[in-house]
Design a protein around this ligand. Structure first.
Ligand SMILES: [Zn+2]
Length: 167
């Protein structure tokens, strides 16, 4: 079983008054939303500082990745390079806004995935000046007219005959 690159042993930090230490995670991820996904190339890089705070572990830093979005206006995909500041609290007994510490290990993946995806715009637009679909493309998309030629034998042809006209 491959160990996740996001698993971090923090036994040296737990409950101790020690300075924070840097942690860099560079890996390929498969994180996506409906209209956006993180690309595999280049790999995602999380440049973090991990240190003890009362009751837990604080992780701060920056995540950089390339993301591919589908433009809400023209439906073309476009790539956007993003870097986002991230802050996360890990606790052995996590409250609402904290992530769990499991023994002496924290899993950075849910935290970094949440922070990265939350940073994506919900309505991606390739360019402010994007005009959206041009009318000819829209026409092209809607020219399929079932019931002509070769679908006569399909079960849908029978169904259509059963439906009242106009539906
Ligand atoms: Zn567009």
């Amino acid at each position: 079983m491959t160990r996740s690159p996001f698993l971090l042993d923090i036994s040296d930090l737990l409950g101790r008054d020690v300075p924070s230490r840097p942690v860099v995670v560079e890996t390929v991820v498969d994180w996506k939303l409906e209209m956006s996904r993180v690309l595999a190339e280049p790999p995602l890089v999380a440049d973090l500082t991990v240190g003890p705070v009362p009751g837990g572990i604080l992780v701060r830093g920056e995540v950089c990745c390339s993301a591919e979005h589908v433009c809400r206006r023209c439906l073309e995909t476009f790539v956007d390079d993003v870097c986002e500041p991230v802050t996360g609290l890990f606790e052995a007994d996590p409250g609402e806004d904290a992530y769990p510490i499991e023994g002496t290990v924290i899993d950075l993946e849910p935290f970094l995935r949440d922070e990265t995806l939350l940073g994506f715009t919900i309505l991606p637009i390739c360019d402010e000046s994007c005009e959206g679909l041009v009318s000819t493309a829209e026409t092209d998309l809607n020219t399929d007219s079932p019931g002509e030629s070769d679908v006569t034998g399909s079960p849908f042809a029978v169904l259509r005959d059963l439906l009242p006209p106009g539906d």
